[in-house]
Write a protein that binds this ligand. Structure first.
Ligand code: FE2
Length: 403
């Protein structure tokens, strides 16, 4: 694996004295100085404007784990015993939810969707198929995935940090088999992932419990007294012929769709590289030079595990694709054009195309974050001209190597 092209954008930074290299503090000190000198009102206005832009950016593009808004009625199976407690999240894009109650946190098109699934022990997500790629990254808990119309084709269990990508047109479902509530990030291909195809038994069970799926993908809740609206029709349940057209995936094949966290972190050099990006879903001959992931068929996005040891910081750079950070462990400081933000486990931040960014780990533990970039051939990072905040932090020797 050739990481040199990417890791050229990074360097190790000596761990700063406690509190000394806090970007927010640097900027606040700098800005307070301007406010104190009445002749520099222009700078003060610029600072306020900058903070305002930063706040607006975060409002549009940052979703804290604690602020996630779940939907417990997102799908046809949410009344079926065993599935009533599942929480669905649509973090970026509309996802495939079938309920108008589903809240979409970020509606900026990325070319892919990011969502989440949170379920208590024993809770089931019923068998279904997708028209685009579906990838899960386990943040917490133990999860068993099943393939086949009746869960009988294949079965595999994954845990924290593991990734599973299930090919399109395959019935899949999953259950929390751990002892605690578990949470997974979910990525779907495309801006519009289309509608889910449910296994036939799902329609039968849903009707027994009052839910009818319509042809337009919405749900009618007869238990609440709702009726099928005039001019609309119930979805035709999936037939045996429909089932026969789908692909089937054995346990052995399913194992090839998994990248386990410990497989990635056992790569040669682990422990010596201060900042690394390890390919999970990545094509073999990609322009980013990061090499192939174990999962290397086209998804419409790439996925890498980013790790940074304590006391490391990347140089300022930008990218030509939407870049989404899914935080798994540790604390990551992200310095953007107009300010900084600190991410913790479960948080999601999406950075606009072309916006300068750098990453720093000033916490006590290794950062592990999953990075999603749009398209099937993301480009290498481009070094950026340092911002005033970077200059204040000692990055004045960087040159613009845009190209
Ligand atoms: Fe799904």
């Amino acid at each position: 694996m050739d990481e040199s092209r990417f890791n050229g954008a990074f360097r190790e930074r000596r761990a700063p004295p406690a509190g000394a290299l806090n970007w927010v503090c640097i900027r606040s000190t700098f800005e307070r100085g301007n406010v104190a000198s009445g002749g520099e009102l222009h700078h003060m206005v610029q600072s306020i404007s900058s903070e305002s832009r930063h706040s607006a950016l975060l409002a549009e593009r940052l979703v804290r784990y604690r602020d996630l808004r779940p939907c417990t009625t997102a799908f046809i199976d949410t009344r079926t015993p065993g599935s009533t407690e599942k929480e669905n999240f649509t973090i970026i894009g509309p996802g495939v939810a079938e309920s108008p109650d589903q809240f979409v946190h970020i509606d900026i098109p990325h070319g892919f969707n990011v969502g989440g699934a949170r379920q208590p022990p024993g809770c089931i997500n019923s068998q279904h198929s997708h028209e685009t790629a579906e990838v899960f990254i386990v943040h917490s808990g133990q999860w068993t995935f099943y393939t086949g119309v009746d869960c009988g084709d294949g079965e595999v269990t994954v845990g924290p940090g593991d990734t599973i990508s299930i090919p399109i047109h395959v019935f899949r479902g999953f259950r929390n088999v751990g002892d605690d509530v578990g949470y997974m990030f979910a990525i779907l291909g495309g801006d519009d992932p289309g509608m889910v195809t449910w296994a036939p038994y799902v329609f039968d069970q849903a009707r027994e419990h009052g839910l009818i799926l319509l042809e337009d993908g919405s749900l009618v809740d007869t238990a609440r007294g709702e009726r099928i609206p005039e001019g609309k029709r119930a979805m035709r349940p999936t037939s045996e012929a429909d089932v026969a057209r789908l692909d089937r995936l054995t346990t052995d094949a399913l194992i090839d769709c998994i990248v386990r966290r410990h497989e990635l972190l056992q790569e040669p050099g682990e422990g010596s590289e201060p900042v690394r990006e390890l390919p999970i879903i990545s094509s073999a001959d990609g322009a980013d030079g990061l090499g192939a992931g174990k999962i290397n068929w086209p998804h419409g996005f790439h996925l890498h595990l980013f790790t940074a040891l304590p006391g490391t910081e990347t140089v300022p750079h930008f990218r030509r694709e939407e870049e989404v950070i899914l935080m798994h462990r540790g604390r990551l400081d992200v310095l953007l054009a107009d300010g900084a933000v600190r991410l913790g486990p479960g948080d999601v931040l999406t950075i606009p195309i072309g916006m300068q960014r750098s990453f720093g780990n000033f916490g006590p533990e290794r950062v592990e974050a999953y990075i999603v970039r749009g398209g099937d051939d993301p480009q290498p990072p481009v070094r950026a001209i340092p911002s005033p905040a970077h200059l204040a932090a000692g990055d004045g020797n960087l040159t613009n190597a845009a190209g």
